[in-house]
Design a protein. Structure first.
Length: 356
């Protein structure tokens, strides 16, 4: 009996993506259409523009994914779709497409949580991944999870204010590097000295696994423009000074991420660390995680770059596991803007077993 062929659909924010997956890890296609040029002039994602752009390309993206996988609609066994968290207008486009396909093809519809998909995305390249401590660092979320198994994902800590990706994007705006800022800071920081400026590392020595990045962003703003000042030109800084700010900011953001993730693994006696989300593409974070996990004797699986930023392959992969467990959804499935709540089975603290 061949493994099921799953179409994954992801439209939670500003990427329209569709992927075809056979079984747990065989990615036959993963098409991602980014809306970055549409939002760049506004310095961030505009929800109405995002939803319209998803409508315009969702059908073509799905057909490109099928064609790249040499698959026809009739070959599919299930449709996995992101139902949240995300922008409701954007989520609705993917959900409507997924429901239409599931209904017309007579195959199951499988809801997938976007953050849980980031937390488990490293499993696309490794068998036997669980238990693991998962660091999820994206534009909207920064969290540490204990992934006990596919259906038991326990939130250990999260940011109390800005997400790591949000901090990257805002500091990039301060440094006039454009949107999205993460890749631009990643590149610029390679020419800078991470020890040039000692930016604050909030909550670093607290035993809980939470993060805080909003003070770091303000510290960068005041360093560049003076205390109490607002955004402005950075023409007064030399290229070397700009690179030093980028590298020092990045180092101050990375240290708590790595330190808390390793502390969680050690406290829970879990020997495997996995990392996902857009910021997991950051080269300095990846290098520091490699160094720290090796020193601590921990196994580390870094999600490959294309599966770090938003993509439908990770949705199809978690969808495959949900399908196997019979966790399918009905046509009344709704878009969800926020995280699964702790009270919901499958959501946050001490959530064993989950419904997802
Ligand atoms: O996971 P993702 O694609 O979307 C969300 O679910 O939020 O993450 C997007 C975030 C953006 O803030 C972007 O600046 C950041 O990931 N990002 C990076 C890098 N590539 C993307 N941050 C740091 N370094 C990178 N190389
Ligand atoms: Zn994401």
């Amino acid at each position: 009996m061949p493994e099921p062929l799953i179409l994954g659909i992801e439209t939670s924010c500003d990427e329209t993506s569709a992927a075809v997956l056979r079984g747990p890890r065989d990615v036959r296609s993963n098409i991602v259409s980014s809306q970055v040029p549409l939002h760049a002039r506004y310095g961030g994602v505009v929800p109405e523009i995002a939803a319209r752009a998803h409508i315009e390309c969702i059908r073509s993206i799905i057909e490109q994914a099928l064609s790249a996988a040499e698959t026809r609609y009739g070959d599919l066994d299930a449709i996995a779709v992101t139902d949240g968290p995300g922008l409701v207008g954007s989520l609705l486009i993917g959900l409507s497409a997924a429901k239409t396909l599931a209904l017309s093809l007579g195959i199951p519809l499988v809801p997938v949580d976007h953050i849980q998909a980031h937390a488990t995305s490293a499993a696309l390249i490794c068998a036997d991944p669980w238990p693991a401590v998962a660091l999820v660092v994206s534009g909207g979320h920064s969290s540490v999870y204990a992934v006990h198994d596919w259906h038991s994902i326990e939130l250990l800590g999260q940011t109390v204010d800005d997400a790591a990706g949000e901090a990257f994007d805002k500091v990039a705006a301060i440094l006039e590097l454009g949107f999205p800022g993460g890749p631009a800071i990643d590149r610029l920081a390679r020419d800078g000295d991470p020890r040039a400026i000692r930016f604050p590392r909030a909550l670093l020595n607290e035993p809980r696994f939470d993060f805080s990045f909003s003070g770091l962003k303000t510290a960068v703003l005041y360093h560049v423009h003076g205390a109490g000042r607002k955004y402005g030109s950075v023409a007064h800084l030399s290229p070397k000074q700009l690179a030093d700010v980028a590298a020092s900011f990045q180092a101050a953001l990375i240290e708590p991420l790595v330190s808390k993730t390793l502390a969680a693994a050690q406290r829970l006696r879990i020997g495997h660390v996995v990392v996902g989300g857009g910021v997991a593409a950051n080269s300095a974070l990846r290098a520091e995680l490699c160094r720290a996990c090796e020193a601590a004797g921990l196994r580390l699986t870094l999600t490959p770059g294309p599966y770090c930023t938003d993509n439908a392959a990770m949705i199809a992969a978690l969808g495959y596991q949900r399908l196997r467990a019979g966790r399918t959804g009905g046509l009344d499935l709704e878009a969800r803007s926020g995280l699964l709540r702790p009270a919901e089975p499958g959501a946050a603290r001490k959530l064993r077993p989950t419904s997802r």
